[in-house]
Design a protein around this ligand. Structure first.
Ligand code: NAP
Ligand code: F7E
Length: 326
């Protein structure tokens, strides 16, 4: 069993919760950065938490924010992690059009603050950056590590900036730092305003008579949707490799939002056309039309490949939301 110490930013999010689970199962001591809020925001990790006075406790949470660079330095000096998984971000593309400056600060500069904290604290940590397929934006599929970036939102532009800062710290200071360019990955823990979860929750509510209609925007956009726990495993594999580099992580399949809707309604025996309505509020000023990832490099160097593909993913999410309704 490994006795490594890891720090996860964004530990309260979808990916952070799966990664924390996986690292704890491997014997790591896990530290997580959480934001102070007036209500608890730890529901995805509550099942992992033990009182810190418990001698068995291996998960420790620390208040902090990616806009607060001095706090990041203090925390790194205290925790001295061997691996840092930087998942914290304002991660919603539509919201980034409403809050472009804040998104740049947290999603872009937040990465620089953490990289600087590593440099000044001289903690010899390996670093994972949560890069995104959104960086490819308008570049046609299939997309791999050599595809040109063409960001189509403030979120994507912030992630491109962060990507290059990671590359710069790798080349300038010899940091073991990897960009994981992850395509969309979903699960029953997905945030409720991302389209797949919005659909699976609505289908569960409609199937059980609690809701009538589902309002959506663009049904034509195509995405390469995978299963989140498999993608957090890829993050860990990147930091165990001999050399730091950048990887695309994807299933290599493509389905439209409309396909996802149809499969979700079919799973509960309903006709989607009777329930789905259009609301222009959910359109974006600029859209990413077509993403299909080529994860050959991750397969070759990390032995990673996606197992759960969209038809099964849809079933997992709808079934989980039906079960949650009791
Ligand atoms: P998520 O569920 O939205 O979680 C985001 C996390 O970041 C939450 O823990 C959130 O804390 C934290 N956070 C937000 N602003 C922060 C701040 N100012 N200071 C500290 N923490 C802050 O995202 P996810 O789906 O797990 O994705 C994880 C990462 O991968 C993100 O960087 C995302 O942009 C990137 N990514 C995601 C996908 C995907 O398909 N899921 C694909 C490619 C890349 P609260 O809980 O307090 O809000
Ligand atoms: O939208 C369309 C929307 O918000 C997917 C983030 O994790 O993955 C995610 O970004 C598609 C878009 O995810 C609605 O226009 C239609 O074409 O679920 P989404 P995203 O924008 O792909 C990437 C890889 C990330 O890095 C991000 O952090 O669905 N769509 N109707 C809708 N989208 C939403 N949210 N809501 C709708 O009603």
């Amino acid at each position: 069993m490994s006795e490594k110490v890891a720090l996860i930013t964004g530990i309260t999010g979808q990916d952070g919760s799966y990664l924390a689970e996986q690292l704890l199962a491997k014997g790591y001591v896990v530290h997580g950065l959480i934001r102070r809020s007036s209500t608890f925001n730890t529901s995805r990790i509550d099942h992992l938490y033990r009182d810190p006075h418990d001698p068995e406790a291996r998960l420790f949470l620390h208040y902090g924010d990616l806009t607060d660079g001095s706090r990041l330095v203090t925390l790194l000096e205290r925790i001295a992690p061997a691996e840092i998984y930087h998942l914290g971000a304002q991660s919603h593309v539509r919201v980034s059009f409403d809050e472009p400056e804040f998104t740049g600060d947290v999603t872009g500069l937040g990465t620089t603050r953490l990289l600087e904290a590593i440099r000044v604290s001289e903690v010899p940590a390996r670093f994972y950056q949560a890069s995104s397929s959104e960086m490819f934006g308008a570049s046609p599929p299939p997309q791999d590590e050599s595809t040109q970036f063409y960001p189509r939102s403030p979120y994507a532009a912030a992630k491109v900036y962060a990507y290059w800062m990671v590359r710069n710290y790798r080349e300038a200071y010899g940091l073991f730092a990897c960009n994981g360019i992850l395509f969309n990955h979903e699960s029953p823990r997905r945030g409720e305003t991302f389209v797949t979860r919005k659909i699976s929750m609505a289908v569960a509510a409609i199937a059980t008579g609690r809701q009538k209609d589902l309002y959506l925007g663009n049904l034509d956009a195509k995405r390469d949707w995978g299963y989140a726990p498999e993608y957090t495993d890829a993050m860990w594999r990147m930091l165990q490799a001999d050399e730091p580099t950048d990887y695309v992580v994807a299933t290599g399949t493509s389905y439209s939002v409309g396909d996802f809707v149809r499969m979700a309604f079919e799973h509960v025996g309903l006709d989607w056309e009777k329930h789905v309505k259009f609301d222009p509020r959910y359109l974006r000023p600029t859209e990413v039309d077509d993403l299909i990832g080529d994860a050959s490099k991750a397969k070759e160097l990390l032995g990673w490949q996606a197992e759960v593909l969209p038809p099964e993913l849809v079933r997992i999410m709808v079934d989980a939301d039906i079960e949650a309704l009791g």
